[in-house]
Every structure is written in C-alpha cells, then in structure tokens.
Ligand binder design. Structure first.
Ligand SMILES: [Zn+2]
Length: 91
C-alpha cells in the first residue's frame, strides 16, 4: 500500500478548455460564460457567476491575456445558435 498522495489517479477532476489558449484547467479555476438567453445579434456571452446556469458553457482561464482576449472569441456564436435551434426545433 502506498501513502496517500494528493494526486490520486482515481479522482475525477472535471477539466474544461480555455477557449483562448486551449489549455485544460480544473473547472473551478476557470471563469464560465453561457449563451445569452436571446441569441440576437450583438448579444454577448453572459458571465455565469454561480457556475449553475444550465446550458453550454464557455471558459477562459485565469491568465490576464486570456481574460482580455475572451471578448474577441466569436466561436460561441455558432454553437449558441445550434443549441437554440435544437431546443426550438425539437423533433
Ligand atoms: Zn487561457
């Protein structure tokens, strides 16, 4: 038996990708944003301060550069539209 270490291979720490630097980080270390309720043109991502808003999330890490570049990340627009279509179209 080995001594207990902090890095147990059995523990599942949820990892999320920073959309700016594509780095993988523990979810708790990232700032989460979600699709705006109404995907109208010009709407921006909504900061999810509680980490509890349902729906697709987008994350940036704690790097100052990533925080600054995050508003320029436009990849969410397509994805948020896709989510909306799935919900409104149903079958
Ligand atoms: Zn980053």
């Amino acid at each position: 038996m080995q001594a207990k270490t902090e890095r147990t291979s059995g523990s599942h720490v949820p990892l999320r990708t920073c959309v700016v630097c594509r780095g993988r980080f523990e979810k708790g270390l990232l700032t989460r944003y979600v699709c705006p309720a109404t995907a109208t043109t010009g709407a921006g991502l909504v900061r999810d301060t509680d980490n509890r808003t349902p729906g697709r999330g987008f994350y940036h890490c704690q790097s100052e550069a990533c925080g600054r570049k995050f508003p320029a990340f436009a990849g969410w627009r397509k994805k948020c539209k896709g989510e909306e279509n799935v919900q409104t179209q149903g079958a």
